[in-house]
Design a binder for this molecule. Structure first.
Ligand code: ADP
Ligand code: ZN
Ligand code: ZN
Length: 820
């Protein structure tokens, strides 16, 4: 009898793909196993079997499966169901979900680059095909599977490489993350000569004229190392070359020119030295115990419970107790944290109690390790607790009983790009329901969606309104900086009151956190003579000025250029910085408080996990006095000695053009404020604003979350926004703006026929061109009660109609459901 398999391929194409099983494989292949299949001309992919059946597809020649990679499924039935839900709900293909869900090592394809593990030593004779592949790699240590197949002359190279991966003889090469860390590495730094700013500028000039490739490499080095901007980070030569694609020759040229210098350094393999072993958790306080019992009760009736507990009330301690009880029942637990909050701080707290039962899943971990966790979760001895970021919802679980979503209001739970643009909190709730598990959402400042769900009784709600050991919530003191600016009493970005409070805190040997919602030195440079502003050549945004590097960069595509000396429009020389970001604040502080040890935490200083953890660790150990940062400093960190928090400019938050701006402004300010006075003493927050009478400011000062929520929900209802309405953004992209405009109008018109006034646009989004593609956005607002499946099929039907028109060829259409 003939057997066929429907497979999911890692491609953004709709529809399943059907292949024929050759005779020897019949009966050997199960749903959820991986198979190697050909696709297109000379390409092959790892596909996942969705279904095995006997129905020969009609109308085309069916190709054969080339190999079977798994004897047992690597995707469990609940997971396939979850994938289907994700692609339906978020309007993407199963292939998009597949790509996001599996670590690279589990989804080899012809373009995958594999590299040799130089440390591998065979302990037994390898099968001949594997040895041939290794020999080829020994001659040229990095190759795509396609090239390998040719060079080694073996058929079905994917299966062979798969076996070698399991032996750790080879690794999958990744762009940014390295699959393998050697024990020592060659690093690069600026020579003593180049560290002199004057000399460096001379080098810049030379390179600009004569060696643009070397200039590019140098720029990239400066960006990676922050060598000129304080917090210098080590840079491995290999990393640098990989990221820039520069040749070793270009690199050597910079060494002989005397700009770079190389040295050897020891590096640790992955840090597994966290405290192990079974500690007992802290005993819960009376208030915590009451909240805990209420949660347990609530779960008898409802599947989802909101734990609404002020900052530092001990939510984490309650989670720990709930996890312990789940483990005692033989259940597994998934503990989700927003990417940036996943630090040693929380890891250590959990390791102390759960020891080897705890697995950590982080997107910045090397791929090989993520593969290992995946395989382990399928084994008979999986981790009982997974602590992880949003992508850990994709891991296989066998007996999931409890999901905890900490800081559930965090917008980083929503994946922006690429598809699937899923919200990990909402996805986790769905996943939990498939397992019959419970979900606990914890936060001091719930998202309005969650608050609404609790108000309407869909979720249970448990309150915890006192801080642990009755530490008082901080006192919030507003400062009207509009008036101070007017009277010229500001020192840069600092009001006299804030400065005084910082000074006093430092005298008392306490610490300070300063929050500025923008990174970089100044958002932009402007020609004072003619008003010219440097813009990105690929995107429709002005470039951000980074003083440390003396560079202009695009925060969308990464485009970089040196700061021009003269205005290209009028040839004037009066180029000035406008606005200010974290880097400028740091600069001003150095000048104002030369004795203070200052660190900065924003996207630019925390590109690697290690850098991020170092900043936090330094602050925790008291090696730094003042931490200046973007919203990163608001994320669930627990420091003992912070007594003063400064919010430098609340207005950038309030003026953000988005319907969630006020909600977010409140959440951010309340969370940053929550970092102050977490131990004995009451903390103080200095809130600088030009809008002193703004209702949100009053609510922040009064810590009136509920007032904020009621006010904002009323507005959302009137103006038809979530949670009362569901938003879907339809994005259209094209190289040519005229074609795009026509297409957007055409699609909007077709949608209006079906959805009437629920369709808004098309509009130009704030950034209307990214990486040379123009963008239009159509907004669809449907009643929260509308049937999702129907909306989906109408949308896709319209997309097919528009896509079928030859004049719109080359367009990209995608969706963002429940955009953030
Ligand atoms: P939240 O998660 O609500 O912000 P945490 O769980 O981080 O609060 O608690 C704040 C601080 O108080 C932490 O340092 C924590 O270790 C401590 N703490 C909270 N509850 C207890 C308890 N029952 N016993 C001992 N320490 C506690
Ligand atoms: Zn000018
Ligand atoms: Zn750009």
């Amino acid at each position: 009898m003939e057997q066929f398999v429907d497979v999911i391929l890692p491609l953004p194409l709709p529809g399943g793909f059907t292949y024929l099983l050759p005779q020897p494989m019949v009966g050997e292949v199960h749903e959820g196993c991986r198979v190697v299949v050909p696709f297109g001309r000379k390409k092959f992919y790892t596909g996942i079997v969705e279904k095995v059946h006997a129905l020969r597809p009609q109308g085309y020649e069916v190709k054969e499966v080339l190999a079977v990679l798994d004897a047992r499924p690597i995707l469990l039935p609940v997971q396939s169901r979850f994938w289907r839900w994700l692609s339906d709900y978020y309007l993407c293909t199963p292939g998009d979900v597949y790509k996001a869900a599996l670590p690279s090592g589990l989804k080899l394809e012809s373009e995958t680059v594999v590299e040799l593990n130089p440390d591998y030593e065979a302990t037994e004779r390898l099968p001949e095909r594997e040895q041939r592949v290794l020999d080829v790699l020994a001659a040229e240590p990095e190759q795509t599977l396609t090239k390998l197949e040719k060079a080694a002359g073996v058929k079905n190279v994917l299966s062979v490489v798969n076996a070698l991966l399991a032996r750790e003889a080879v690794f999958v090469k990744e762009e940014l993350k390295r699959a393998y860390k050697p024990k020592t590495e060659t690093r690069v730094r600026l020579s003593a000569d180049a560290r002199n700013e004057h000399r460096l500028h001379i080098f810049f000039d030379e390179l600009q004229r004569r060696a643009p490739k070397q200039l590019d490499l140098l720029m990239k080095y400066l960006e990676l190392s922050c060598a000129l901007g304080g917090q210098e980070r080590p840079v491995a030569k290999r990393d640098l070359l990989q990221r820039t694609g520069a040749t070793p020759a270009v690199f050597s040229a910079l060494v002989s020119r005397g700009v770079f210098e190389v040295y050897q350094a020891e590096v640790g393999r992955l840090d597994n030295r966290l405290p192990q072993g079974q500690g007992t958790p802290h005993a819960l306080s009376a208030a915590q115990q009451r909240a805990h019992d209420e949660i347990v009760d609530a779960f008898r009736e409802k599947n989802v419970c909101l734990l609404y507990g002020v900052t530092s009330s001990g939510k984490t301690e309650i989670y720990i107790h709930l996890i312990q009880e789940a483990l005692a029942r033989g259940e597994q637990v998934l503990y989700l944290l927003p990417e940036i909050a996943l630090t040693t701080q929380i890891t250590e707290r959990l390791k102390r109690v759960f020891g080897a039962h705890l697995g950590i899943y982080h997107s910045k971990f090397p791929d090989a390790e993520r593969v290992e966790i995946w395989q382990r979760q399928l084994s008979d001895t999986p981790y009982d607790v997974i602590l992880g970021v949003r992508s850990s919802v994709f891991l296989p679980f066998r007996r999931l009983g409890l999901v905890i979503v900490d800081e559930e209001h965090e917008t980083t739970y929503k994946q922006q790009d690429p598809a699937p643009r899923y919200h990990a909190r909402n996805a986790a709730i769905v996943l939990a329901s498939y397992y019959g598990a419970k979900t606990l959402l914890g936060t001091a400042t719930p998202s309005l969606e969650t608050w609404h769900n609790a108000e309407t009784g869909k979720y249970a709600r448990v309150d915890l309104s006192e801080r642990h050991r009755a530490v008082q919530l901080p006192e919030i003191v507003p400062v009207d900086i509009r008036e101070l600016i007017h009277k010229k009493r500001m020192t840069g970005t600092f009001s006299p009151l804030l400065l005084q409070n910082i000074r006093e805190a430092l005298e008392r040997k306490e610490q300070v956190i300063l929050f500025q919602n923008r990174r970089g030195f100044a958002p932009m440079i402007e020609c004072h003579t003619c008003g010219w502003v440097p813009k990105c050549q690929n995107c429709d945004v002005s470039l951000t000025y980074h003083k440390g590097l003396n560079l202009l960069t695009c925060h969308y595509c990464g485009y970089t250029m040196p700061l021009p000396v003269r205005c290209p429009a009028c040839d004037g020389v009066d180029l000035r910085a406008r606005g200010f970001g974290t880097e400028k604040v740091e600069d001003e502080l150095h000048a104002l408080l030369p004795e203070a040890k200052i660190a900065r935490m924003d996207l630019d200083t925390t590109r690697s996990r290690a850098a991020y953890e170092r900043i936090i660790d330094d602050f925790q150990q008291g090696r730094t006095d003042i931490l200046v940062g973007t919203q990163m400093v608001s994320k669930g960190l627990d420091f003992e000695r912070v007594s003063v928090v400064g919010i430098l400019n609340a207005d950038t938050l309030l003026n953000y053009p988005d319907f969630r701006a006020y909600e977010r402004a409140f959440q951010l300010m309340a969370q940053v404020a929550g970092r102050a006075g977490r131990r004995e003493r009451r903390g103080r927050v200095i809130l600088q604003t030009k809008s002193i009478g703004h209702p949100i400011i009053a609510q922040v000062i009064a810590n009136d979350y509920e007032g904020m929520a009621a006010g904002q929900l009323a507005e959302r209802q009137v103006f038809r926004y979530p949670p009362y309405y569901r938003l879907v953004y339809v994005y259209l992209k094209h190289r040519r703006e005229d074609v795009l405009e026509q297409m957007a109008q055409d699609m909007a018109a077709r949608l209006r026929v079906l959805f009437g006034s629920r369709v808004l646009g098309p509009d130009k989004p704030p950034v209307a061109r990214v990486q040379t593609l123009f963008i239009r956005k159509i907004m669809l607002k449907v009643e929260a009660t509308a049937p999702v499946a129907r909306v989906r099929s109408l949308l896709l039907a319209v997309q097919r109609e528009v896509g079928a028109e030859p004049r719109f060829k080359g367009a990209v259409i995608y969706y963002d459901v429940d955009p953030m």
